[in-house]
Design a protein around this ligand. Structure first.
Ligand code: GDP
Ligand code: MG
Length: 436
């Protein structure tokens, strides 16, 4: 899926100008890519129609960077398609009973352990794991190993081959021993069949869990959709767990499943270890499907260049009013290291409009650097000592003029003020100002 979307969006990204034909072409590619990823025809079609309407509404054609706006629109729409904000697990019962369902090998046992560990770390929760995979003794052992690893008790009954009875006994054990969450791990088979469906449905009816989760291997493509549908028809489950998202799977299954069963994806599994569990965030998944958005790469690039320790020191200095020209110089150098200024600014959402009339190039800092280099260490640390005779000297030494020195001093004062404001919680307000 991702390759195709990449290609479709690439057309737009590369273009300085864009035509209506271009938008239509791109959306056709996007639709084809979605269809290929098992999204049903209606959903895919509605998807592209909505993106197109939004594109025309925002007048994509007249913006500075139509390609990036299109990427954003596609991303936002994908995010919506995968379902708004992250949804938690219903833990209102006492105990709260969580039932796992899914095929064999989808990751039920592993996820049961991950979830128990995740809840246990929340301090207010005391989970119990219950082993209801009665067909393979090894499956019970597996859950015990997991339980030991994370320090969570596992309830099992090796002599018993009735999963309904075991799950009920497990819940009774939880009640008697002060556990407030019960996670029931069940058996799966390699494909959907009647015996499995009857069994899970019987357990479901008998224990009436607060939360029924469907666990699915994200690498199984079209099959994942069919399986999800089959389980949902029987269980009307509450949420989906998408496992094995740690490889190079881009997560197209998330769109397909969501579009077919319309249930929230709640968690993702990203590895075999007990810590490899993440809350599902649709916008992150959209980034992943789109091969990471521009904003994400901007952040990464920035992180590479900005030494965290340096940043912390700087913050302290700003707070103590000790920010000087030496720090300013460092900042400029950092910014220069990050690459072409115009590209970088273009990646910031909302900044495109703001930067329209301002022409920045990488040489813009040359004069500034020269002026700072002509200052003495004392002047750099404490700019207020720079009187008119010092200004003359600095102007001469840097090959600039007193006016330019004055201008830089003025800018510097403004910047110092701005940084103080950002620190004092004014940052959000400033961002809003910038985006309007
Ligand atoms: P079950 O049959 O549904 O209980 O599946 P298991 O929990 O036994 O998992 C099957 C296999 O998938 C095991 O080898 C797990 O280690 C592996 N597995 C489970 N979840 C993940 C995951 O998120 N990432 C990776 N890489 N492997 C996983
Ligand atoms: Mg298992």
């Amino acid at each position: 899926l991702s390759d195709k979307l990449d290609k479709a969006l690439h057309v737009l990204k590369g273009h300085g100008s864009i035509t209506e034909v271009n938008v239509a072409e791109t959306l056709k590619e996007v639709r084809r890519a979605l269809l290929d990823a098992d999204v049903n025809f209606k959903t895919a079609k509605e998807f592209t129609v909505r993106v197109k309407e939004k594109a025309l509404g925002q007048d994509v054609l007249t913006t500075l960077q139509p390609g990036q706006l299109m990427v954003k629109l596609v991303k936002d729409e994908l995010t919506e398609l995968m379902g708004g904000d992250a949804e938690g697990i219903n833990l209102s019962g006492n105990p709260s009973v969580i039932l796992m369902s899914g095929l064999q090998g989808s990751g039920k046992t592993t996820f049961s352990g991950k979830l128990a560990n995740y809840l246990k770390n929340k301090k207010t929760k005391k989970p119990l794991l219950v082993a209801c995979d009665v067909y393979r003794p090894a499956a019970i052992d597996q859950l015990h190993v997991v339980g030991e690893q994370i320090g969570v008790e596992v309830f099992s009954d090796r002599g018993n081959n009735d999963p309904v009875a075991i799950s009920q006994a497990g819940i009774a054990h939880a009640k008697a021993n002060g556990y407030n969450v019960v996670i029931i791990d069940t058996a799966g088979r390699l494909a959907v069949d009647e015996a499995m469906m009857t069994e899970i449905s019987n357990i479901h009816k008998a224990i009436q869990p607060q939360e029924t989760l469907f666990v699915v291997d994200s690498m199984t493509g079209q099959d994942a959709v069919n399986t999800a549908k089959a389980f949902n028809d029987i269980l009307n489950f509450d949420g989906v767990i998408l496992t094995k998202l740690d490889g190079d799977t881009r997560g197209g299954a998330a769109i397909s499943i969501k579009s077919v069963v319309n249930k929230p994806i709640k968690f993702i599994g990203t590895g075999e270890k007990m810590e490899a569990i993440d809350v599902f965030y649709p916008s992150r998944m959209a980034d992943r499907i789109l091969g990471m958005g521009d904003v994400v790469s901007l952040v990464e690039r920035a992180q590479e260049q900005f030494d965290e320790e340096e940043a912390r020191k700087l913050q302290k200095k700003i707070a103590k009013n000790q920010f000087g020209f030496d720090d300013f110089l460092k900042q400029i150098q950092q910014i220069k290291k990050m690459g072409n200024m115009k590209d970088l600014v273009g990646m910031i959402p909302g900044a495109g409009k703001m930067m329209k009339d301002i022409d920045i190039d990488d040489d813009a800092f040359k004069g500034i650097e020269a002026i700072i280099h002509s200052m003495t260490p004392e002047e750099r640390a404490n700019p207020s000592v720079i009187n008119s005779s010092r200004k003359k000297r600095i102007g001469k030494g840097s090959g600039t003029s007193v006016q330019e020195v004055n201008q830089l001093l003025k800018q510097f004062t403004q910047m110092s003020k701005m940084m103080k404001m950002m620190q004092g919680g004014g940052g959000k307000r400033m961002m809003q100002m910038m985006q309007n």
